[in-house]
Structures are given as C-alpha cells and as structure tokens.
Write a protein that binds this ligand. Sequence first.
Ligand SMILES: Nc1ncnc2c1ncn2[C@@H]1O[C@H](COP(=O)(O)OP(=O)(O)OP(=O)(O)O)[C@@H](O)[C@H]1O
Length: 392
Amino acid sequence: MGAEVVVEGLTKSFGRQTIWRDVTLTLPPGEVSVMLGPSGTGKSVFLKSMIGLLKPDRGKCVVNGVDVVSCSESRLYETRKLFGVLFQDGALFGSMNLYDNVAFPLREHTRKSETEIKRIVLEKMDMVGLAGAEKKLPGEISGGMRKRAGLARALVLDPEIILCDEPDSGLDPVRTAYISQLLIDLNAQVDATILIVTHNINLARTVPDNLGMLYRRELVMFGPREVLLTSDEPAVQQFLNGSRFGPIGMSEEKDVATLAAEQELADSGHHDGSAEELTGVVPQLQPTPGLPERMGVRRRKDRVMSILHSLPPAAQESIIESLTPEDQQRYGVRPHMATATAAATVPAGHRPSPAPRPPQAGERFQGDLSGVAEIPQSPWRPPHQQGPGGGA
Ligand SMILES: Nc1ncnc2c1ncn2[C@@H]1O[C@H](COP(=O)(O)OP(=O)(O)OP(=O)(O)O)[C@@H](O)[C@H]1O
C-alpha cells in the first residue's frame, strides 16, 4: 500500500510573491487525488515542494515520519526514492531510447544486474502500453507515448507515491481519456498513493477519489471528490464549467464592477463561452476488466463514511447514493437522510439555499449531522485523531 502524505501549513513565496499559504491536506494511502487550479496558482510549485526540489518558507510535508521540508539532505535523498514523478513534458533524455530512459533510475539508484533491469523495464513498459517501443527515441513518438514512457520511468523504483504534473498537457481529449484510464489501472495494480495536478475538468471529474483546488494563494478545499463536485462555491463552479463568468479572471481575480458587468451580460442572455453546464458527480472510472480491484476504493469507503457527518449535505447525499443497498445498510444510511437531517436542524425560513458553503481547508461543516452514519469497525481515523505512527 502507498504511503500517507501529511501536509501542514505549507507556505511558499518567491521573493515578495506569495504562491500559496497555509496549505493543509492529507493524501490518504493508496488513493488517487487531484489538485485543480487556474494556471499560475502554483500547482507545479506544490509538487516540487513535496519532493524537496523547492524549499517552502513554512510548514511540513511528512512522508513515512520524515518531514521533507526540514530533514537532512541524506534523509531527503532516501525519502525521494519513495516518489515516482511524471514531469509535465515527460522529462525524457532526447538522445536515449525509451528502454534506456526507463532503465535510467535503476542504473542510477540501484545495483541491479542488467538482466534484472531488463525484466523490470519490460514489465513497466508493458504496464503503460509501450511494449515493443523500447528502441524508439523520444523525438520519434507522440506526446501521449512520451507521457506513458515518463510514467514507466516513474514506476521502476516501485514508488509508494506517484506525482503527475499535468499528465494531460498537450494531449487531445481521446488521448487524455486513455491516460486517465491508465492512471486508474496503474493504481489498481500497484496501490500507490497518486497525486495529479491538472486543469483538465474531465480528468478531475472521473479519475480521483479526492479533489482539491488552489485559488487566490490558498487551498480552497480538499476532500472526497463529492465535496468539490457538488460545491456551490462560485470559483469552483466557474472552474468546473470552464466559464468566463465568475470570480476567476484572465490573469487574476476580478473586481466587483467587472463581476456586475458580467452579470448584466449573463442576464441579457450572452453566452459565457463554456461548452456545457455540467453539475454533480459523474461515475468514477473503474479499472479495466481483468485487473485487480482498487484497494484504495475499499479503504476510502470506510474512511469517507467515518467523516461523512462533517461534509456538506449535498456531498453526503452523493456519497450515500453511490453506495450499494448492502453498504447503505451496513453503514446505517439511506438516501435523502442527510438533506432531511440538515433541513430539520435549521429553523424554518432560514434554510440554506441550495446547500451550505462546504468546509474550507481545516474547517468543519457546522450543521448538526452527527449520527447520520454509523461506522462499523474501521481502523481509519482522521490524521488529527491519530496517535504517533497512526494511519490507515
Ligand atoms: N523557480 C521559480 N522562481 C520564481 N518564481 C517561480 C518559480 N517557479 C514558479 N514560479 C512562479 O510561481 C507561480 C506558480 O507557478 P506554477 O508553474 O507552479 O503554476 P501552475 O499552477 O502549475 O501553472 P500551470 O497550470 O500554468 O502549469 C508562477 O507565477 C511562476 O512564475
């Protein structure tokens, strides 16, 4: 199973420019998470900070008990071996064929024989659908194949955590769908913790177990995918719909006058440029038939049900609806109970419309929804309730 990554109060500036501040989140072991955010919000900087390539000003990023922000160079070197990274452009060596590119970390960081290296390289190239392409040079293959080769290279040291920087960049929608499926299939096979940064909405809607968004130098939210996908936060809705109308502007947030002018345009029927008004939670991608079941999904179910009462009602409903009738019975929940409970706890005339604001990073939903779910014996506890060494 992949490692848990606990990020606490992480803050990063370049000179006087704060990129993001007080980022706090936990990547649950073996689950797939996506970090969304408009261009330039510091998603790549976040990934680089997690592996110690950039030094945050404050905060922690703890992996297997080691804080990569403050640890010694030698511990950082060791801890980095737990990570496999797919950089935005694949970061392949142009003069080496794919075989040598994928073999590179093994030759660099291990003492394995060439026979053993060959076995591993061929296995990983097969996993990413590149069997037979070993002799090709990066310049001779498509962008999608370069991403796959980058992923194969990220896998050779059997990482516990895989970081993917915009795996969809430069790919058409069909190739993006293939790479999305590949990421789910890889997670099913290796059970690694995966964090993907992207601004691709389709990937964000269909791939992850958890979704977060960086915006205005902060983590707007991070949690089970249903929280962000049912959020009525204007910046989140605008981003998910790829709309010009909303608080996110061309290069920064908009002022009140611009927002009012936009509202007038919208009211007069002007189209906002978005392709479609998608709302809600679409089904998550499943591993290709024949591959193992994703263990992360099983663990996530117990984990999410243990925090269900802290989530906004719309997210709760979506989670409850995604359960089988047997699971609903096992957890003691039924459809519509979250919204009914929420409505019952708010005085008539003061009902939230349409749903209360979802919890921000580090903030809990304020409604009285305790007792919505009864959790059977589950080893998972939120990080702040864990003792030393606690985990899933
Ligand atoms: N080494 C650096 N020195 C100074 N500024 C930097 C450095 N690296 C990144 N930045 C700045 O940090 C900000 C965030 O950059 P980053 O590449 O992380 O954004 P992003 O969210 O990944 O964007 P995109 O989605 O376009 O890839 C940008 O303003 C960038 O110019």
